[in-house]
Design a protein around this ligand. Structure first.
Ligand SMILES: Nc1ncnc2c1ncn2[C@@H]1O[C@H](COP(=O)(O)OP(=O)(O)O)[C@@H](O)[C@H]1O
Ligand SMILES: [Mg+2]
Length: 505
């Protein structure tokens, strides 16, 4: 058996060779016809992701290269293909045609519109398979992706060009976080460099996708978003292709210097689709019956998230892959894979969700490895404090369950922790501007809510925001410029919150 490094080296060689010499084509023979996958021999020059044509005119693309055969997935249903038929390579990679008009549209992974409107105007053919930009073309993450979600922007900040995993059981708000982040770009796009979005729905129910699209439209977020959809009722081959179509679209915009956010919702179902396609071929199964190269598949996909340097246009792709776990289990095969590929994870937990902590982010087990360097100075000046206080609270809370006699200082920390937890709660579809996020966190970490009952914190926050909109415009603007909170600004904040507390009953 070949070692995985050797396989990778071989595949990469083939991909590069192909880029250099795109015209080689050869003819092979269909050996086996399964459901959606065809095995052919004789295509010795075939490349990963290359388009092939069968003698009946049906198109397919290379899914896998084996020692002396290749497997091909079909791009359209065909009942005519049979053993012994000929199949030809085309020398072309499978591409998707992308133009600016695609914004606001819903398409399937091969570019067919699903929104009942005409096909978008011809643009540029973007390959679904591509080797990610190399290190010399990249630059470190330095600009934030503002999600508008307090718990994330303060504690698990994401930077443009980063890969941040959203992981958790079904129904805990993974999609909600992704959609809120997309919605929040509407505000973020008003100042600074805009961010376009690609939402890739993989294996979801059609009705769920329709709801998401409707919400994006309602929130005015569809105009800067492309939705790529392969639903649960589509062929496994379409589910398999969906994330590559999505990233190809993202790359089109990134090449024009744009910042793009791409959501893969979710890669668990992508892995299922790939497993299904592979099992049809009776390829030897690996852990949890997934083919061994699923890791390489996902790492190649996520490697295409990038922040390009100025010489290369300065565009970026930020990826938010979603993974669904079973019973909070992070140690299953696909979760561990994707955790190790990404730059951090936002872990949602069912006990938090059920106890009303929503978004149900498990702060202790979530991490963002590179996003901190993209956080604004203003956010940094409040986030350091909340991180520390929450960590202390978590330790104390465990300890306090057993203890009876707690000293005053400990009690005070526990009370503070409860209020911090409370202020990090946030309803769906209500992303906040960074200055409002900072105002909330600043007020709690500086003790202004210590005398507010825990159950009133959310009301306090809401009314504080309304009050600040009319009475605190100046200080909000100061925070919004992103600079560190100075003692003078802190003084202004103090005045604002104190004045508000007089009217808050
Ligand atoms: N922050 C939130 N506050 C209140 N409800 C939420 C929040 N986030 C998600 N929900 C609700 O939780 C349910 C599951 O959310 P969803 O995003 O579909 O979960 P998942 O994608 O993890 O399966 C939905 O009914 C959604 O409205
Ligand atoms: Mg979901």
């Amino acid at each position: 058996m070949m070692k995985s490094e050797e396989i990778i080296a071989k595949l990469e060689k083939k991909l590069t060779k192909f880029d250099e010499n795109p015209k080689v084509a050869n003819v092979g023979t269909v050996e086996k016809v399964n459901d959606e996958v065809i095995v052919a021999s004789g295509l010795s020059k075939a490349m990963m992701g290359e388009m092939v044509v069968f003698q009946d005119g049906t198109e397919g693309t290379i899914l896998n290269l084996d020692e002396d055969s290749v497997s091909i997935i079909l791009l359209a249903k065909s009942s005519k293909i049979k053993e012994g038929d000929t199949v030809k390579t085309t020398g072309k990679l499978l591409t998707i045609n992308v133009s600016d008009e695609m914004l606001g549209r819903i398409i399937n992974p091969i570019g067919k519109p699903l929104d009942g409107k005409a096909a978008p105007k011809k643009g540029k053919d973007m390959p679904l398979e591509k080797i990610a930009a190399g290190v010399v073309e990249r630059k470190p993450v330095d600009t934030p992706v503002k999600t508008g979600i307090k718990a994330i922007d303060a504690l698990i900040p994401v930077g443009r060009g980063q890969r941040e995993l959203i992981i958790g059981d079904r129904g805990l708000g993974k999609t909600a976080i992704a959609i809120d982040t997309i919605i929040n770009q509407r505000e973020a796009n008003k100042g600074g460099k805009r961010m376009l979005c690609v939402y890739v729905a993989i294996g979801q129910k059609q009705s769920t996708i329709a709801q998401v699209v409707e919400k994006l439209r309602e929130m005015d977020a569809l105009s800067y978003t492309v939705v790529v959809s392969a639903s649960a009722s589509d062929a496994a081959s379409l589910l398999y292709l969906a994330p590559y179509a999505g990233v190809a679209i993202a790359e089109y915009f990134m090449e024009k210097g744009e910042d793009v956010l791409i959501v893969y919702d979710d890669l668990t179902k992508h892995a299922w689709a790939y497993r299904q396609l592979s099992l049809v071929l009776r390829r030897p199964a690996g852990r949890e019956a997934y083919p061994g190269d699923i890791f390489y598949l996902h790492s190649r996909l996520l490697e295409r998230a990038v922040k390009l340097n100025e010489e290369n246009g300065g565009g970026s792709i930020t990826a938010l892959p979603v993974i669904e776990t079973q019973a909070d289990d992070l140690s299953a095969y696909i979760p561990t894979n994707v955790i190790s590929i990404t730059d951090g994870q936002i872990f949602l937990k069912s006990d938090l969700f059920n106890s009303g902590v929503r978004p149900a982010v498990d702060v202790g087990n979530s991490v963002s490895r590179v996003g901190g360097s993209a956080q604004t100075g203003a956010m940094k000046s409040v986030s350091g404090r909340i991180k520390l206080e929450l960590a202390q609270y978590r330790e104390l809370a465990v300890f306090a369950q057993f203890g009876s006699e707690l000293d005053a200082a400990t009690l005070q920390q526990l009370e503070r922790g409860k209020r911090l937890t409370e202020v990090l709660k946030q309803p769906q579809y209500q992303p906040l501007t960074e200055s409002m996020e900072i105002l909330s966190i600043w007020a709690v970490t500086n003790g202004f809510t210590d005398d507010v009952p825990v159950e009133k914190i959310q009301k306090f926050e809401k009314e504080l925001h309304a009050y600040a909109r009319t009475h605190g415009k100046k200080v909000l603007e100061t925070i919004a410029n992103g600079k560190k909170v100075t003692p003078e600004t802190a003084e202004e904040l103090k005045k604002l919150v104190t004045a508000f507390k007089k009217v808050f009953s």
